[in-house]
Design a protein around this ligand. Structure first.
Ligand code: SF4
Length: 271
């Protein structure tokens, strides 16, 4: 399908970067499922020649988790915006993070609900006037990376919409064994909540001596506004959902005469 995004929308860069990353990793279309929520960025699942599901608002992650549990061989991508991910679906991130589901979640953060014509989202700057906040946003603005760090997501990165940089980060995120979160700072052309060019002018690569396993340092760097760092803030290796389930099955099986039981033996207990 042909994208229907507004001319100049950052979602085009995200789409191109995802395609390039998958091609670069030589992952075939039938080896990928792309699951998205609702919103302009949620349309991305229509424009990729992979398996896809354009789900309900804020529910990309639970669906992606189910897909990975059922088909661990697939590369699972979840895509959504700031309203979808941090508003309606905000409660899902912590639980996917606790399971360390091996998937890549691309959050395209343009600080506005663009598809529904410009209402304030959880990341709209304080004081910004929108249709739902005619006197300016009066709630504090959520800061995505510190939230992801608090949830201990095992790979956390931020990028702007420069295609080369974003392709590199999405490639690393897909390669990471566990939950990877790519926070993409993007501008909405039609309902701008901030000046993207000005924001991009403050981007700087993370300091070369930053240790991605140092969460406290990552937290400090994440709060920096000028420069606004881009790159991999945090990356650790820990068991994934698949590994944890295998361990559970092994432990459950060991309960039968101290030996690994088959599924048939386990079911026979209830016969
Ligand atoms: Fe992109 Fe904004 Fe247009 Fe949506 S409304 S397609 S986010 S520019």
């Amino acid at each position: 399908m042909k994208p229907v995004w507004c001319a100049g929308c950052g979602n085009y860069a995200v789409l191109n970067a995802v395609k390039r990353a998958l091609a670069g990793l030589e992952i075939a279309p039938h080896e990928v499922i792309t699951i998205s929520g609702i919103g302009c960025s949620g349309r991305l699942s229509h424009y990729l020649n992979t398996y896809s599901l354009h789900g309900t608002h804020g529910r990309a992650l639970p669906t992606a988790l189910g897909a990975k549990a059922a088909r661990p061989d697939l590369t699972v991508l979840a895509v959504g915006g700031d309203g979808d991910g941090l508003g309606i679906g905000g409660g899902h991130i912590s639980h996917a993070a606790r399971k360390n589901v091996d998937l890549t979640y691309i959050m395209v953060d343009n600080s506005i609900y663009g598809l529904t014509k410009g209402q304030a989202s959880p990341t709209t700057p304080l004081g910004h006037k929108t249709k739902t906040t005619p006197y300016g946003v009066y709630e504090d603005t959520l800061s995505a990376i510190p939230i992801f760090l608090a949830y201990d997501i095992s790979f956390i990165a931020r990028s702007g919409v420069d295609i080369d940089g974003l392709t590199g980060i999405i490639t690393e995120a897909i390669r990471h064994p566990g939950m990877s979160m790519v926070h993409v700072v993007s501008g909405c052309r039609t309902f701008p909540a901030f000046d993207y060019k000005e924001a991009a002018g403050r981007f700087a690569p993370l300091p070369g001596d930053h240790d991605p396993e140092n969460k406290l340092e990552a937290l400090e760097l994440a709060y920096s506004v000028d420069p606004a760092y881009i790159g991999v803030f945090y990356q650790v290796t820990k068991p994934t959902l698949g590994g944890r389930l295998e361990e559970e099955i092994r432990r459950a099986g060991a309960a039968i005469d101290g030996k690994q039981a088959t599924m048939e033996q386990l079911l026979s207990i209830f016969a």
